[in-house]
Design a protein around this ligand. Structure first.
Ligand SMILES: NC(=O)C1=CN([C@@H]2O[C@H](COP(=O)(O)OP(=O)(O)OC[C@H]3O[C@@H](n4cnc5c(N)ncnc54)[C@H](O)[C@@H]3O)[C@@H](O)[C@H]2O)C=CC1
Ligand SMILES: O=C(O)[C@H]1O[C@H](OP(=O)(O)OP(=O)(O)OC[C@H]2O[C@@H](n3ccc(=O)[nH]c3=O)[C@H](O)[C@@H]2O)[C@H](O)[C@@H](O)[C@@H]1O
Length: 341
């Protein structure tokens, strides 16, 4: 498409997270259709996180630009660097070769997810031994070589990127004859899946080994606070697990609509990943699920409450009032570590 309309030399910038060597494929396609026009492909992966996109844009930890190690490639790198230099300090703009830039993005997400899975694995051991995972995370994170960020144990990481990017990395490792490395990174996903099912098992076992017919309120459905995005949210797996055990579910999330929740709970695992026109036409609402716009309404008459997203407003809730309006014995289980109500 770019080759069709380009009338002069162009720099084409990859922003999406892509398998290593994608720039080579783009380069080949453009060059074969170039009609004499020169194309330089750059890799400039995006590092913003949802909920903090504007802050991350204005004040990035780093900007990464990868290009060909030829004079033309380096000129293209400098041209893009000049754009960012309008608002990003030069020492935060890193330039590398194309493959380092493409791989660094996958590596960064894999490292972030790995920290969460490490902490989540530790949370299982904490529960078995009487250690407190918040205290362990705090003590571990005080080591300046480790640092305090991304050590919050949770019900499992979600979002559209961590899982897909690690699977991407695993695939690249396998294609390059590195099964041991592939196996290593796959464990990050396996622990994440384990954490979600462990949470469901914990709910069921706490509630006398059955949730059949019991009302369970879910506070938070988005994959993290400050977004309405539900892609790969741990809440889907937790709700499906509880529904599988015949619970009745009442959900409140400050930003996610009932329609979205019903779609997520009625679609198969990877249906959401298809373009909208290929998704099931009108998924039937899941009958045992109700969605409200009020946390107190959601929790009224519930046998159990599960907090699955770390929304700030959940800190301000009147938990005495919630408890008073629940069936007894009442259970509150939190899948987020930031705070304990
Ligand atoms: N969402 C985020 O916060 C961040 C996303 N990224 C990366 O940015 C990219 C886009 O992310 P989102 O906007 O969240 O995803 P998205 O799913 O909202 O958008 C992706 C778009 O690409 C289209 N698409 C998919 N396969 C295609 C193909 N083969 N040819 C042409 N179009 C195709 C889809 O139809 C969709 O419109 C991804 O690579 C993601 O890893 C990077 C950093 C942050
Ligand atoms: O490539 C991407 O798309 C982006 O993926 C993540 O950003 P995002 O998925 O928007 O959100 P995160 O803040 O990373 O959270 C991801 C998941 O991890 C969970 N999490 C995060 C931190 C933590 O300590 N514990 C934890 O369980 C969150 O609850 C959430 O479910 C990365 O943080 C971004 O740098 C990257 O650009």
């Amino acid at each position: 498409m770019i080759a069709d309309v380009a009338k002069s030399d162009k720099i084409v910038v990859e922003k999406s997270t892509v398998p290593v060597k994608t720039a080579e494929a783009i380069e080949k396609i453009l060059t074969h259709n170039s009609k004499g026009i020169n194309f330089q492909i750059l890799s400039n992966p995006e590092f913003l996180a949802e909920g903090t996109a504007i802050k991350d844009l204005f004040n990035p930890d780093r900007v990464l630009i990868g290009g060909r190690e030829t004079p033309e490639g380096q000129r293209a790198v400098q041209a893009l660097k000049a754009v960012y230099a309008q608002w990003v300090p030069e020492d935060r703009i890193i330039t590398t070769n194309l493959w380092s830039a493409e791989l660094s993005k996958l590596a960064a997400n894999a490292f972030l997810a790995q920290r969460i899975s490490s902490m989540n694995a530790m949370s299982a051991l904490c529960e078995a031994t009487g250690a407190n995972v918040s205290e362990v995370a705090y003590a571990v994170g005080k080591d300046t070589r480790i640092g305090p960020k991304f050590l919050n144990a949770s019900v499992g990481f979600g979002g559209s990127c961590f899982q897909k990017d690690i699977l991407n990395l695993v695939y690249i490792c396998e294609c390059n004859g590195l099964p041991e490395v592939a196996h290593y990174w796959k464990q990050v996903i396996k622990i994440n899946d384990y954490q979600k099912s462990r949470f469901v098992n914990r709910v069921v076992s706490s509630m006398f080994n059955t949730v059949a017919g019991k009302k369970i309120a879910i506070l938070g459905f988005a994959f993290k606070k400050d977004t309405g995005d539900t892609r790969e949210t741990a809440a889907i797996d937790v709700c499906k697990g509880l529904l599988g055990d015949k619970a009745k579910i009442s959900i409140y999330d400050p930003q996610v609509t009932e329609d979205q929740i019903q779609r997520d709970l009625s679609m198969n695992k990877f249906d959401w990943d298809h373009p909208i026109h290929l998704q099931p036409m009108s998924p039937s609402a899941v009958k045992q699920v109700s969605v409200t716009w009020d946390a107190y309404e959601a929790t009224k008459g519930a046998h159990g409450v599960c907090i699955l997203t770390e929304w700030d407003e959940f800190r301000q809730l009147d938990y005495k009032k919630i408890y008073d309006n629940m069936q007894k014995p009442a259970f509150i289980l939190t899948g987020v570590m930031w705070w304990i109500p």
